[in-house]
Design a protein around this ligand. Structure first.
Ligand code: HEM
Length: 233
């Protein structure tokens, strides 16, 4: 088994499977973040954040998500190093060289490293404050959940304040574009690895991957931008 995941195809399989898992997480994360745009001073977003923070299933998924990220990052580095050693500068010597190898597919590592840098900043802004250090902005607010007045953390206030800084919003917009580029190649690449590799599926998956990738990338960027423009004060 350990040999499988150390072999070239095994590493690619792990990259693909962890990538698909992370893509599902991103869709869910985007759906919850879209609630930041409900014009009710954050009640709906705070209710969703409260659900995410207290639901036992989500608590179980948190370490799984962390492992998913770690596997994807570590194996991504290993695979790139291995490919470069094997192929030198001619990274796409086998198969689809010039026509269909997009810019994104040749720059997955640098795109991935940039997204990782964004994630470090993102965790410092939100996850660290919500899970470890706490923050005055998070102090409790009362919202109505199912007709019952409930005290919850004011996650909305923290996000809203963070997006009052233009430089942070610019970082999110750039990260959204990089994420879209990374996902546009990652989507079909993951499916190709698990077996959808014929010509018809390749075209379909490239199209579906582009739709998914730009929907997610632009979605995150737009939420930050709209928060900055319309939701301050
Ligand atoms: C508008 C853009 C975004 C907003 C407002 C946002 C908001 C948040 C918030 C509030 C948390 C803390 C949740 C908690 O600890 O309970 C969080 C966690 C997280 N975010 Fe984002 N996020 C955005 C974009 C992204 C993007 C683009 C990525 C990935 C590339 C990402 C990946 C993560 C991850 C991995 C976590 C940790 C999940 C956990 O274990 O709680 N986020 N985000």
């Amino acid at each position: 088994m350990s040999n499988l995941f150390c072999s070239s195809i095994g590493k690619k399989l792990l990259m693909g499977l962890s990538g698909l898992f992370l893509m599902m997480f991103l869709l869910m994360h985007l759906a919850i973040n879209a609630l930041l745009l409900v014009p009710d001073s954050g009640e709906t977003f705070n209710a969703a954040a409260h659900f995410m923070a207290t639901n036992p299933m989500i608590k179980i998924m948190e370490p799984v998500l962390a492992v998913g990220f770690l596997v994807h990052i570590i194996w991504g580095f290993m695979l790139t190093i291995q490919n470069r050693k094997a192929r030198g500068n001619d990274r796409y010597a086998s198969g689809n060289k010039t026509l269909s190898v997009s810019w994104a597919s040749q720059n997955m590592l640098i795109l991935g490293i940039t997204i990782l840098a964004f994630l470090v900043l993102h965790m410092a802004h939100f996850w660290v404050k919500m899970k470890i250090t706490g923050d005055d902005l998070l102090s409790h607010t009362t919202i109505t959940i199912g007709g019952v007045a409930t005290e919850v953390e004011n996650a909305y206030a923290l996000v809203n304040y963070t997006f009052s800084y233009l430089w942070i919003v610019v970082v999110y917009v750039i990260a959204g574009v990089f994420l879209a580029l990374h996902l546009s190649h990652g989507f079909w690449s993951a499916f190709q690895t698990i077996g959808f590799s014929n010509t018809i599926w390749r075209q379909r998956l490239t199209a579906a991957g582009n739709v998914y990738a730009w929907f997610v990338g632009i979605g995150f960027a737009l939420i930050a931008l709209l928060q900055y423009i319309f939701y301050q004060g």
